[in-house]
Ligand binder design. Structure first.
Ligand code: GLU
Length: 506
């Protein structure tokens, strides 16, 4: 059955034609009326396009995705692109790319609100026909004057309902908005799994709000309710910045006779100062985390714990998240974004990644070590030390490149007394030793030198570290030598000795 009949049957009167269609005209199919309430959990992520996926948005998407998966339900993606000035395709791509990177899959094809203009127009028509909505001809100037007067009288600024029961001749030259009739008294109760039952006094919060602007475009609170109902969404998980919109959306559900979904309004993510997370607190674009060298599994693990808990468990595999997540355990207060925690989780996941995977990830950070014969030794060493893939990449670079600069303080500290002599002895010993491959082979040579010269390990360790790394910190020396090989080790030793001689001559 096709819905084009709707337009011919009801007549397309002059007024509704002012409701601008936002997408190409198409014939609607039966799925564009509310589906029977499904017993399957259907959740959604409904971002407004901004060109990137915000970290807080990813958390909302993750919660919605996990709850759907836990229930063998459906998780759908809807781009709320009623603002035509934005580039929706790029925004949708940014979201899908980020989803792909972290491994979230949405079901069905993406819904774009910009393509659903006729659907919204149909429901606006319906509400007008049923006298549940009306045209309001109040000009912007009149509205501003009214607001100023109300504010001066210490009243809540609100539309006064002057066109609610208007039957006269509309004023000339005004493109009307469409307002929905909201209850004038009583209460509206929002049942929220996290906030509980919250009762709003309609007189305090509602007036007849606009559902279509004078250019015909429908407003957020109207279309969100319609789309959630038509798409069969029965559990809405979203940020609690939308909580105050919910009574308005309930008015729309009621007017259109739609089933109301379960609501879960998730408290915001705050920074350390207790303020809403902003760009200044670090990256907000999910893909920036990829560039910084975070693993998707670490980011998801971090996000799932921002506002949700399962006892005191900190580490969650993807599978565990899908089987354990329950909105019933979402915290009632805001969560705090903590970079140290993210780093700790990332270090954990790096440590537990296999080397083949790390080789691939390092490539994106400019490190090509697939053909290196000691790559396993190298990776085993650095993955214990890095918090991010970029740190890992930097450390590998430091190991593989002959030092160009030497830390001056380190040089002074390391090259006291007989350091040059120790290094020369060590180099000679390396030269006469056959079969130097593993870190332990190099370690044995160091141990022999220490023993024969009757010195402590530090006496060789410090100058050797300066030789190999150009500074006094870094990974195990035997590992470094094994990775770079004998020739490069000798070259670095000679280079630092020359450098020390130069220093002494100056
Ligand atoms: N489009 C809204 C936003 O990005 C979200 C709507 C909703 O989740 O109800 O803030």
């Amino acid at each position: 059955m096709l819905y084009y009949l709707f337009f011919t049957n009801t007549g397309f009167n002059a007024r509704i034609s002012s409701i601008k269609l936002m997408g190409p005209l198409k014939i609607l199919d039966i799925s564009e009326v509310p589906s029977q309430r499904s017993s399957m959990v259907v959740t959604r992520f409904a971002p407004s396009p901004t060109g990137y996926l915000h970290i807080g948005g990813l958390r909302t998407a993750l919660f919605s995705y996990l709850w759907a998966r836990r229930n063998n339900g459906k998780f759908v993606l809807r781009i709320e692109d009623t603002d035509q000035s934005r580039n929706n395709e790029a925004a949708a791509k940014a979201i899908v790319d980020a989803f792909e990177w972290v491994g979230l899959e949405h079901d069905d094809i993406i819904t774009y609100q910009s393509q659903r203009g006729e659907i919204y127009a149909r429901y606006i028509r319906q509400l007008l026909d049923e006298d549940k909505a009306y045209y309001c001809y109040m000009s912007k100037e009149e509205l501003t004057a009214l607001r100023e007067e109300q504010t001066a009288n210490k009243e809540r600024p609100r539309y006064d309902g002057r066109y609610r029961d208007f039957t006269g001749t509309p004023p000339e030259g005004i493109e009307p908005v469409v307002r929905i009739k909201t209850p004038t008294e009583g209460t509206i109760t929002v049942n929220d799994s996290i906030k509980g039952e919250v009762v709003f006094n309609v007189d305090d919060i509602l007036d007849d709000f606009i559902i279509a602007r004078s250019d015909g475009s429908p407003t957020y609170n109207f279309v969100v309710a319609i789309d959630d109902a038509l798409m069969g969404i029965n559990e809405v998980i979203r940020g609690d910045d939308h909580f105050s919109n919910t009574p308005k959306q309930l008015v729309v559900y009621e007017a259109l006779g739609f089933d109301v979904p379960k609501f879960h309004h998730v408290p915001m993510i705050h920074n350390h100062d207790g303020k809403k997370l902003s760009k200044r607190d670090g990256a907000t674009d999910v893909m920036a985390y990829k560039e910084m060298g975070y693993l998707p599994e670490a980011l998801l693990n971090f996000l799932v714990r921002l506002g949700w808990s399962n006892g005191d468990q900190e580490i969650f595999s993807a599978e565990e998240m899908r089987t354990l997540f329950d909105p019933a355990n979402i915290n009632k207060s805001a969560s705090i974004y903590n970079t140290d925690k993210l780093d700790w989780l990332n270090a954990h996941y790096i440590k537990n990644s296999d080397n083949a995977k790390l080789v691939g990830l390092l490539e994106a950070h400019g490190i090509l070590i697939d053909g290196h014969d000691k790559k396993e030794i190298l990776l085993d060493e650095v993955k214990e030390r890095a918090k991010t893939i970029s740190e890992m990449a930097a450390l590998i670079k430091e190991i593989l490149e002959t030092p160009g600069i030497y830390d001056e303080k380190g040089m002074k500290k390391a090259f006291k007394g007989e350091a040059v002599n120790v290094l020369n002895t060590f180099a000679a010993k390396l030269n006469e030793t056959k079969a130097l491959h593993l870190p332990s082979d190099y370690h044995d040579v160091m141990a022999k030198v220490v023993e024969e010269m009757g010195i402590g390990f530090g006496k060789i360790g410090m100058p050797l570290r300066m030789a190999l790394m150009g500074k006094l910190s870094g990974p195990g020396l035997d590992t470094v030598m094994s990775v770079i090989g004998l020739e490069e080790t000798l070259l670095r030793i000679n280079k630092v000795i020359e450098r020390d001689l130069q220093n002494s001559a100056e």
